[in-house]
Design a protein around this ligand. Structure first.
Ligand SMILES: Cc1cc2nc3c(=O)[nH]c(=O)nc-3n(C[C@H](O)[C@H](O)[C@H](O)COP(=O)(O)OP(=O)(O)OC[C@H]3O[C@@H](n4cnc5c(N)ncnc54)[C@H](O)[C@@H]3O)c2cc1C
Length: 315
């Protein structure tokens, strides 16, 4: 399927790699993040969380340094300088260049900040490079539209250097039920309404690593769904901003207890945080929906797009 790169002027709205300061400013929005029973005002200033954001901000600044820029970024066809993990590999050299960039990012944290943005960027690149797979969609606006939406979203994230998290797993209230490939209609995230403009989703998902410190959340196919009609409401892939009204992230306890870099060299720097994600009747417009209503297609998504290969390339 041919995707239309010219129709996405609005999606290519950014100017490529961001600075750490731009990233931190972007986190100071209306996001609803909870920790220890209280709602956080500003994640960048929150004890136990803000220092992780500062670390990631410093990594983003490194994309601009002459020492690292050529190894961790590339100039895309639209002339934006973008993070290397967005580059769709067309040759052995491209694959090697991606590996060099991953290794560089990992070195900055001594391998201790697992969810650097290059991980999710790699998955997004793979999905956006597989329009033929996504165009098999037959529900909602149809596969061709959803495949184009995926490319538009990729271009938006790439050119705005957005930081992504993802949530893939339905909460299991009964392990026998989960083992049988079924999910609880009471707690698991599901589509509760479809309109001409999009879908309304309600329920919970586990477990967004970096969620409180990300810009956008990918809500992609869950662990294998039984290909039956009862699982149709649980089958989808979409993405929304973390600051979407009705989206709540409930954090685990922090490992950063405010100690100095000397006393706590790892937890004072590399607390990336994880959170349970609650969706309260959230409207998702079709332009942010990439797969819909087809459990068996959803089950193939990570393999058929090679997203799983590219995510595993990330150290
Ligand atoms: C580093 C890391 C990062 C991750 N990041 C993400 C991410 O970004 N997005 C995402 O979607 N997923 C992510 N995951 C996966 C996600 O965390 C898990 O899929 C999710 O937590 C599973 O939830 P669960 O409730 O099914 O199981 P668990 O969270 O494992 O909970 C099971 C609980 O049962 C307890 N238990 C086990 N056996 C017994 C027993 N016999 N008796 C009593 N209690 C028992 C365990 O102690 C545990 O507390 C990540 C996982 C890891 C390790």
């Amino acid at each position: 399927m041919a995707v239309n790169r010219k129709s996405i002027a609005n999606a290519v709205s950014g100017s490529g790699i961001r600075t750490g300061q731009q990233y931190l400013e972007g986190l100071r929005d209306d996001r609803e993040i909870w920790t220890g029973g209280k709602k956080i005002d500003d994640v960048t200033a929150e004890p136990g969380m803000g220092r992780g954001a500062e670390t990631l901000a410093k990594f983003l600044d490194k994309q601009h340094s002459t020492e690292f820029q050529d190894s961790v970024t590339y100039v895309a066809d639209d002339n934006h300088r973008c993070a290397m993990a967005f580059k769709a590999p067309k040759s052995v050299e491209d694959v090697k260049a991606r590996g060099v960039a991953y290794y560089e990012w990992a070195k900055w944290s001594n391998g201790m900040f697992g969810r650097t943005p290059d991980y999710k960027n790699a998955s997004l690149m793979a999905f956006a490079s597989a329009p033929d797979f996504l165009s098999q969609g037959t529900k909602g606006p149809g596969g061709a539209v959803m495949a184009q939406s995926m490319v538009n979203f990729y271009d938006y994230v790439r050119t705005n250097d957005k930081v992504l998290t993802h949530t893939l797993v339905n909460p299991a209230i009964n392990h026998a039920q989960a083992a049988a490939g079924k999910y609880s209609g009471k707690v698991a995230l599901q589509v509760v309404k479809e309109t001409n403009e999009g879908i309304v989703v309600n329920g919970a998902r586990l477990l967004a690593t970096l969620g409180p410190l990300a810009d956008e959340i990918e809500v992609f196919p869950s662990t294998v769904l039984k290909g039956s009609d009862e699982n149709i409401p649980f089958a989808f892939a979409f993405a929304i901003p973390i600051a979407t009204p009705g989206l709540k992230l409930i954090c685990r306890d922090t490992y950063d207890h405010g100690k100095s870099n000397f006393d706590a060299p790892l937890s004072s720097r590399y607390e990336e945080m994880d959170a349970v994600v609650i969706f309260e009747n959230i409207f998702v417009p079709w332009e942010r929906v990439f797969m819909y209503g087809q459990p068996e297609l959803c089950n193939q998504a990570f393999n058929a797009t090679n997203a799983v290969v590219h995510m595993a390339h990330h150290p």
